[in-house]
Design a protein around this ligand. Structure first.
Ligand SMILES: Cc1cc2nc3c(=O)[nH]c(=O)nc-3n(C[C@H](O)[C@H](O)[C@H](O)COP(=O)(O)OP(=O)(O)OC[C@H]3O[C@@H](n4cnc5c(N)ncnc54)[C@H](O)[C@@H]3O)c2cc1C
Length: 405
């Protein structure tokens, strides 16, 4: 039988994240939307809390810290584990309901943390388990085509020497570490792309500038330069061997953990917009009925029901992808499906909510217009809508990336 109830332990941690979102994020949401590049000092209190919780072994507040696939947490059923991925997903959803820009700048919860959690050795987890790691893949010459990495890593004695430029790095200025994708041998193609943990104070690493953006303004987005940047040899994640047979699988595996998290962010913003819209429609005397066919209701109520159904399906797809990761089931297809659905639903619902709320929706008196701007990025980073659809199509049709591009 399918049981759609969340386990008790996960409910408690999601509830805690919701309280943080409601009491810390929402009150400062507009302030940091208007003050781009200003550090949200209120998050320092949270950082202390997050660290305290991590020390006590309790689940972290935010979400992007992700979880190892073998980290079985609360086990409600005999053989089904709900572990780090599921918990991280729910926390990301709740905090994004509060403010997704602030969520992306929660200390110690970067997308790089999820990458580390996915592929680090036990020794590396001990060293990097409590850092704040951003993720640097994109370069001036590519975005979607992540096999086109040109940043190089050359082993020199007991150090890697990295050279290249990384752009659009979320939390690239504030994080303590950056997970950098670089090639150890360009002639060997995509199999030679590895990820490296670069500490903020590594010699040769610098922030060139910060971007001004449409939304998620509370989150810093940096251009990073690596100029003969030196890091210890054992900061490479996974094996330094280049396995041409295995190809790109090593680094790509991190997306299976991070895509459901970005889906969760979109679902959180979607829920915020739906709640606000429901209140506005109710105030305007529009009844949303679950007993009457949509076509017999007010047009706005019918739209609401359609959007709520999209929200529910995005939520369930994301839960499935995280559950599969926690239960060591390959989830690339489901991770992409969840991100495609949630990314599109987020932009659709938030902008429709602005439309249905009329001039109030477009004004800064509410956060609806902000959510409309914030949600767009969730359909772009960690793979655009089109890229997720491409991956789904390849998996469903059994085609390789060379056969379907
Ligand atoms: C605010 C922000 C934060 C970001 N944070 C990070 C980060 O932390 N780390 C990081 O590494 N990167 C980050 N990025 C970069 C982001 O991942 C890329 O922007 C994204 O992957 C798309 O790449 P691109 O912008 O080069 O677009 P392109 O790849 O040039 O794509 C342009 C358009 O073409 C479409 N397209 C491309 N290829 C195909 C295809 N084969 N079939 C059909 N359509 C296709 C795309 O969907 C898109 O609509 C961030 C970007 C932004 C804006």
């Amino acid at each position: 039988m399918i049981n759609l109830e969340l386990p008790k332990k996960l409910r408690a941690s999601a509830n805690q994240a919701h309280q943080v979102a409601a009491q810390i994020f929402r009150p400062i949401s507009r302030k940091y939307d208007l003050a781009e590049h200003e550090y949200p000092v209120e998050l320092d209190t949270m950082a202390a809390m997050v660290e305290g919780l991590a020390d006590s072994g309790t689940q972290k507040i935010g979400g992007a810290a992700g979880g190892r696939n073998d980290e079985a947490g609360d086990v409600e059923f005999v053989s089904n584990a709900n572990g780090g991925n599921m918990s991280a997903l729910l926390n990301a959803l709740e905090t994004s309901w509060g403010d997704v820009g602030l969520m992306l700048t929660i200390p110690y919860q970067g997308l790089g943390n999820a990458a580390i959690a996915a592929v680090a050795t036990d020794e590396q987890l001990a060293r990097f388990g409590k850092v704040w790691a951003s993720m640097a893949i994109t370069e001036p010459s590519f975005g979607s085509d992540s096999a086109a990495v040109t940043t190089t890593a050359v082993l020199d004695g007991d150090e890697w020497v990295l050279n290249g430029e990384k752009i659009f790095v979320t939390a690239g200025e504030r994080s303590t570490h950056i997970v950098v994708w670089a090639t150890v041998d360009k002639s060997l193609g995509r199999a030679a792309i590895k990820s490296f943990v670069v500490p903020r104070d590594a010699p040769g690493l610098s922030v060139a500038r910060l971007e001004h953006k449409l939304g998620i303004k509370a989150s810093d987005t940096a251009v990073l330069l690596l100029q003969d940047c030196r890091i210890p040899a054992d900061n490479i994640l996974g094996s330094p061997e280049v396995n041409v047979e295995k190809g790109f699988a090593g680094v790509m595996q991190t997306f299976d953990n991070t895509r459901p998290l970005v889906a969760a962010m979109a679902i959180g913003v979607t829920r915020a917009a739906l709640e606000e819209l429901r209140a506005i429609l109710t105030d305007a005397g529009v009844e949303i009925s679950y007993d009457t066919p949509a076509m017999n209701q007010h047009a706005a109520a019918a739209e609401f029901l359609r959007m709520e159904a999209d929200y529910e399906s995005a939520y369930l797809l994301a839960l499935r992808a995280a559950w599969m990761a926690d239960n060591k089931k390959p989830n690339s297809l489901e991770a992409s499906m969840s991100k495609a659905k949630a990314g599109r639903t987020g932009t659709d619902v938030t902008l429709k909510a602005v439309e249905l709320a009329g001039s109030l929706g477009y004004s800064q008196r509410l956060l609806l217009e902000k959510w409309g701007r914030d949600s767009k990025i969730l359909d772009i980073f960690e793979g655009t809508q089109q890229i997720q659809q491409l991956i789904v199509a390849r998996r469903v049709l059994g085609k390789t990336s060379a056969e379907l591009k």
